[in-house]
Each structure stands twice: as C-alpha cells, then as structure tokens.
Design a protein around this ligand. Sequence first.
Ligand code: IDP
Ligand code: MG
Length: 138
Amino acid sequence: MSNTTFTMLKPDTIRNQNTGAILDMIIKSGFKIKAMKFTKMSIDQASIFYSIHKERPFFNDLINYMTSGPIVAAILEKDNAVDDFRKLIGSTNPEEAAEGTIRRLFAKSISENAVHGSDSDENAKIECDFHFSDQEIF
Ligand code: IDP
Ligand code: MG
C-alpha cells in the first residue's frame, strides 16, 4: 500500500473559481501537498497522459477539455492515499457520486468532472513522474 497519489484540478475547476474550495477539502481531509503546479497541458501531453483511453468514444472530447485551460497538478501524501482520494472525489459521473464528495459538490457532468485522481499505486507513480521532476517534490 502506497501513501502517494496524483491529482489534477481540471480546467472547469479553475474556470469556475473552485480551486481554493477544493484544495481546502483535500487538505482538511488529511492529504499533505508534496508537489504542486499551475500549468496547461498541450494536446500531445494530454494524449499521452490519457493514452489508456485512446480507443474510447469520448477521447477527443476529453483531450479538448483537458487542454482548454490551465490545471493545478499535485502530488498528495496520506496513508492509503489512492483509495482514500478516490473516495473523497467520488464516482466519475457526479450524478452517481456520493453526497459530500468533490465531484458531487463541484462537477457539472461526467466529462467535466472537476478533478482527476489516480486509480492505482502503479498509475500514481507514472502520473507523478509525468508532471514532476525530483527537484519539484518536497
Ligand atoms: P476517472 O477520472 O473517474 O478515473 P475514467 O474512466 O478514468 O474516470 O475517465 C477519465 C476521464 O474521462 C473522466 O474523469 C472524465 O473526464 C472523462 N470521461 C469518462 N467517461 C466519460 C464518458 O462516458 N463521457 C465523457 N467523458 C468521460
Ligand atoms: Mg481514471
């Protein structure tokens, strides 16, 4: 069991001015910030990041959305980080997300769903390495 996960506050979160409220929930839920940046993915970067979904019908929409504006990328630390963070964000579709979860509170649709959270320890490591160099992690 790893204690690290990776998140992105997606472009809708930044556009809707929910960055502070969501970061506050994350921190108050016991996650420590190990790395953080305000950045914007290129089409090429987003295509690599989401390459696991390249055959899905929503792939092009996903890449357009994730490159439509800046994001906040962060590495988070907590015991049981991957699973606890997935619980905090809730289901992919906000209509199915549990009460009080970030997606239930802030996401508008299954596509524009406010936040990303790694789905496994293995992918958390890949995603942290994709966005951060060793010197950017504290
Ligand atoms: P996750 O973010 O909850 O892990 P994934 O299945 O890994 O969900 O999908 C990655 C992202 O692709 C979602 O967060 C969402 O932005 C988008 N997405 C997933 N399923 C759909 C869909 O059915 N229609 C449109 N967009 C989707
Ligand atoms: Mg996923």
